[in-house]
Design a protein around this ligand. Structure first.
Ligand code: ARG
Length: 458
């Protein structure tokens, strides 16, 4: 271990398995760029206070840019003692510009702040990408909701046919959840995008470093509040994983509806071949694997969130190596949520809807509430109207005559207040159009939702 960057007080060698177990370089090397930019900003700030000279800063910056180039070209060679991206970059810098000047890079600095800086920078940039993809996905949904607004379908509660709704309303129902995800993501961004640099290992910086100048150079919108908390805290990752749990939960429900609506039994829509797969045995099969994987990812997202919560629970302040466990869920969740958004976008862009099948799934009993509401408009108390309409449903079921085919005499035998204009209640379009309060399924109400969401997306 004497050969390690921190090896001064060590004499015995590190156990090879311990070296592998302890190292994070296999995955944190992905953040070489953030690490180098953070180092340059830190060295610049040190040169401003005079703790290192302007010349030394120039040499360090030049050397670090060369290290960055090696990573970009794929020529950077990871050495056995390169524990993590921070030590690897510093080791290589020493080889390029000489140990004396390179040895000044870490002045007043700790890996505890470096790791947080790298992760915060990387995550906030990925959040921007996720934001863009989520906006693109929502734009497709909104466009479909508008162009296909006149398709009617059954709305369900308890998985039973309930009331007719517009297909565009169903689209906007899920969009409403994704809209909240977008808003939440932007709030998470604000708390991720804070600079930890100048906090030291835990106690702070002794060289009057200008934390705000570093933050500005690195594109952070502010600085973290307390140095001890800065090295102890991984909330910024937990928050993202929590966001991802909620978002993938929404995606899973959206996918589940589409899987169901795509079955032969429903037949409301067909998935494009590009997002379906076949069976190795049954030639007839066309499976919704894209949607099933989307649905399945929510379990993984929730596991990552709960896992990191468990890791952080009870960890003594400030830093402990347990925190390193936050890397892999962060990297993995970002990768799969970006893929998921691409797939979800592709699925919704390419699927074919079958409005005739949606319409055929409507039945007259779904207008029983409208019959009750017709009576309410005639002055009948709703509870009584509900009961009367229920008797009409029962009559229709017992006689196997559709409700709109019952004669006025049959209706009047149940309640004498029925008149010929009750036929107005037996129209799916009128039922849907009646729901004109904001948020409802009438044309104008759905268009209102579309307009409101568009304003956020543009
Ligand atoms: N790889 C470490 C992590 O992810 C970097 C910080 C190491 N700090 C330390 N004091 N050993 O947590």
């Amino acid at each position: 271990a004497a050969g390690m960057l921190w090896g001064g007080r060590f004499t015995g060698a590190i156990d090879p398995l311990m070296n592998k177990y302890n190292a994070s370089i296999q995955y944190d090397k992905a953040l070489y760029k953030e690490d180098i930019l953070g180092s340059i900003a830190f060295a610049r700030a040190n040169s401003k206070t005079g703790i290192i000279s302007e010349d030394e800063f120039q040499t360090i910056e030049c050397g670090l840019l060369q290290v960055m180039e090696e990573w970009k070209q794929g020529t950077f060679v990871i050495m056995p003692n390169d524990e993590d991206i921070h030590t690897a970059n510093e080791r290589r810098l020493g080889e390029i510009i000489g140990k004396d000047t390179a040895g000044k890079l870490h002045t007043g600095r700790s890996r505890n702040e470096q790791v947080v800086c790298d992760m915060r920078m990387w995550l906030r940039d990925r959040i921007k990408e996720i934001d863009c993809q989520l906006v693109a996905f929502l734009k497709v949904i909104v466009a479909r909701a508008e162009s296909e607004i006149d398709y009617l379908m059954p709305g369900y509660t308890h998985s039973q046919r309930a009331q007719p709704v517009r297909w565009g309303h169903w689209l906007m129902a899920h969009a409403a959840a994704f809209k909240q995800d977008l808003e939440r993501l932007r709030q998470v961004f604000e708390r991720v995008n804070l600079s930890p640099l100048g906090c030291g290992a835990l106690a702070g910086n002794p060289f009057r470093i200008n934390r705000n100048a570093i933050a500005e150079e690195l594109g952070f919108s502010g600085i973290t509040f307390n140095s001890m908390n800065t090295s102890a805290d991984r909330d910024f990752i937990i928050e993202f994983l929590t966001w991802n749990s909620i978002f993938t939960n929404h995606i899973s429900r959206w996918a589940e509806d589409l899987i169901l609506y795509g079955t032969s039994e429903f037949g409301f829509l067909r998935l494009a071949d590009s997002y379906a797969t076949g069976s190795s045995l049954m030639p007839n099969k066309k499976n919704s694997d894209s949607l099933e994987i989307l649905r399945g990812k929510s379990g993984r997202a929730f596991g990552q969130m709960a896992g990191l919560m468990m890791t952080m629970k009870g960890l003594p302040y400030c830093y402990a190596k347990d925190s390193q466990e936050s890397w892999e869920p962060m990297l993995d969740s970002v990768e799969f949520v970006l893929d998921s958004l691409g797939i979800a976008n592709g699925v919704i862009t390419t699927l074919t809807v079958r409005p005739e099948r949606m319409r055929a799934a409507l039945d007259m009993t779904m207008l029983a509430t409208d019959v009750a509401e017709w009576l309410v408009r005639k002055g009948v108390p709703f509870r009584e109207a509900h009961h009367i309409s229920g008797r009409i449903v029962a009559l229709s079921e017992n006689t196997e005559v559709s409700m709109d085919q019952l004669t006025l005499e049959q209706l009047q035998a149940i309640d004498s207040r029925f008149t010929a204009d009750i036929t107005a209640a037996f129209k799916y379009e009128s039922s849907v159009e009646a729901k004109s309060a904001p948020g409802g399924t009438s044309r104008s109400a759905v268009l209102g939702q579309i307009q409101e969401l568009r304003a956020i997306l543009d």
